[in-house]
Design a binder for this molecule. Sequence first.
Ligand code: ATP
Ligand code: MG
Length: 425
Amino acid sequence: MTEAQFAYSVVHRLRDAGYQALFAGGCVRDMLLGLEPHDFDVATDARPEEVQRLFRRTLAVGASFGVIEVLGPRGEDGKPLRVQVSTFRAEGPYSDGRHPDRVTFTTAEGDASRRDFTINGLFYDPIAAQVIDYVGGRKDLDERVLRAIGNPWERFAEDKLRMLRAIRFAARFDLTIEPNTFQAIREMAQQITVVSAERIAEELRRMLTDSHRARAIQLMWDSGLVHAILPELVPFKEAPWGSTGNVWDHVVRVLDRLRDPSFPLAFAALLHHLDGEAANSICRRLKLSNDERERIVWLIENHDYLCNAPRMRISQLKTVFAHPGIRELLDLHRADAEADGRSTEHVAFCERLLEQWSEAEINPPPLLSGSDLIRMGLKPGPLFRTLLERVREAQLEGEVKNADEARQLVQRLLSSEGLSGEPKT
Ligand code: ATP
Ligand code: MG
């Protein structure tokens, strides 16, 4: 059974029990756009407890908002199919600009009008094969317009996250934003900061991993949302790039050149003209995970590192090739070069070597460790690090091949280069 078939069966069961039941929101929009919905939502006049009574396996995911998840048979991936069943509801008032103070149960029409955009406010009756449209969403979809339901100033005042959602949907589905809807965002953009960092980051994540990321980020700029969320980028517009351009336009072109980037790669591309420290503090402000933050900062700090790859030492290449982010770093180099119409030969050069060299050649087990140096009679100290680094370098260059040769190198370094095993006084 597919998810669509399961959702259909859920609607059927509710209807047999005498309730209204319709597909709602994103799945209707996606079907009308000829896209495969990634999840199905059912809206009904049955109360949550009635939904729970009607189905054998349910989860009360948002019971207080009237949302029950109904579990079905296993899908293709072996996990149970899931459909969210929501009781028609109205929300409000919104005293904090983030969450409704309470919800009340209402009709299908009332439920449509609490939704954010007309294209997201459609219902579909899968049994009659009929679209039910209380908000003019169908026309807007046909004309490819993103429009707030009702008064956009009021709707964005209720929930400020909707401003980011507007940009995300407009970019993803190639829609023009209706002028009043856009004007409201421009006037209210600075208020986005009442929304939690996690929710803002989640919207950025979805925008930047979508193939329309360049348009999304340009709309973010035009609406004033970049100024509100990432003020560090504002100087990019005035910073010259090339003979006639500016850094902002360059960054947008780099984003456009990425193909299926991870979020850290796309975010690093957006921030790559900042220094590592500034990028680090942005990642902390947005409460990204440590892994993501470290990857983003590493990509930014190394975004130019491989431009001269054919003239770099083998040991330097192997060290960066051993980093788990190397593929993303090469993708960033390629996009960066393509954005400026530069050659990508340095990237191709690295990719050839990555093919050619085995894992063991790139990152072989070290020949010597600190305890080996102690066994050679050296006293632990700051010198250890230098010696081990020099040995590692020589190993990666192929100049020393085993522990014996590595020890001989240590002896040579100690005698000939004025490196002393004694602590400095
Ligand atoms: P996606 O494919 O990104 O999941 P979606 O339309 O399904 O798109 P969801 O965030 O899953 O978006 O929300 C489901 C539906 O709930 C939306 O289509 C919309 O009708 C409604 N909705 C979601 N978030 C809001 C919001 N902040 N304000 C008003 N309505 C919302
Ligand atoms: Mg959804």
